[in-house]
Design a protein around this ligand. Sequence first.
Ligand SMILES: [Zn+2]
Length: 168
Amino acid sequence: MRSALLLNASYEPLMVISWQKAVTLFFMGKVEVIEEYDQDIRSVSIVIKAPAVVRLLRYVKRRTVRPALSRVNVFARDNFECQYCGAKLQSKIATIDHVIPKSRGGTTCWTNVVTCCMKCNRKKGGKTPKEANMPLRKKPKEPHWLPVLTFRMNGNVPKLWQNFINLK
Ligand SMILES: [Zn+2]
């Protein structure tokens, strides 16, 4: 059975939880169901739809967790797409490109690394996007929440979640 996305009262995604946990929170009166799967859950007395997205009724403060700058997190931030040609990639064949090449003083930071296919990486080489005439599809930014969450879903984020987890 599928997982549910838990949102804060502010609609900010917090974590992925099991559907059982989502149902429990719902019956405890802690969350409201925002989206549900087209899939029934039966217990002795009731039938409900499996929750896909639930929202806490009371806001919880959380410590800000800064996502680690790792390969998979960069891929997840970029939705597993080459930031130059848009090709959809699997993590096995995706590469990391330094927008401003390291050889030119570019650093390894969220705003200077992007997901890149091997072909584009080879083509771009030691050039800047401008020099290579390869504009970025979007400006790389530090993500605001753990993109590794989408990675755990193997990049297959349920459609019903997508409104809630667009990365900034
Ligand atoms: Zn590419």
